[in-house]
Design a protein around this ligand. Structure first.
Ligand SMILES: Cc1cc2nc3c(=O)[nH]c(=O)nc-3n(C[C@H](O)[C@H](O)[C@H](O)COP(=O)(O)O)c2cc1C
Length: 161
């Protein structure tokens, strides 16, 4: 699969098959994710593999679409606002890398932002110095949602003199 096919074919998956995903595969996508750009090599990400007990406490409304694997992705905040922003951006790149690497294997991801809520941060054990950027449900899609059309990119481009 080309990178472009992975980008264009990825969807936010809301319903998964129960088929297991091997830890080794998840590990390999996380390794790919870690090649994300990150300013000053802060490597700000931290990944929590969310086990069944913690997952239950998160009380997600669809239990992450029945995904067999759930992970949470955290980003360490920096000494300055700029460093924190850059770390969040780097972690978002990490997450996109992960999604595309999984996509290549036909595995989908469901991005939930519930981890940012104070009580869920506590359940996850996020430190005060960490932002919870997202919680991913990961698995083989049971349903692939239709493409959500994007605004033509020409409408978002301004040429400067
Ligand atoms: C920062 C961020 C937070 C998101 N949080 C949620 C969420 O809490 N629940 C959800 O269903 N989707 C969430 N999404 C996924 C978007 O809703 C989804 O990407 C968007 O609808 C476009 O659909 P697509 O990814 O299938 O192209 C999030 C995406 C991002 C980048």
């Amino acid at each position: 699969m080309s990178v472009l096919d992975a980008i264009m074919g990825r969807r936010n998956i809301k319903a998964f098959k129960p088929d297991a995903i091997s830890e080794q595969h998840v590990q390999s996508w996380l390794t790919a994710a870690s090649y994300a750009p990150n300013h000053r090599m802060t490597e700000p990400w931290r990944v929590l593999i969310v086990g069944p007990e913690t997952r239950g406490l998160l009380k997600h409304k669809t239990d992450f679409g029945g995904a067999p694997v759930v992970i949470a992705i955290l980003s360490k905040s920096g000494a300055t606002t700029l460093e924190r922003d850059e770390n969040v951006m780097a972690t978002a790149c990490f997450m996109q890398n992960f999604m595309l690497a999984a996509q290549e294997a036909g595995v989908g991801t469901f991005w939930s932002s519930l981890g940012a809520a104070a009580h869920n941060r506590e359940i996850l054990g996020a430190a005060e110095s960490e932002d919870v950027i997202g919680v991913f449900g990961i698995g083989y899609p049971a349903e692939i949602p239709a493409l959500k059309p994007r605004t033509p990119i020409e409408d978002k481009i301004t040429s400067l003199p």
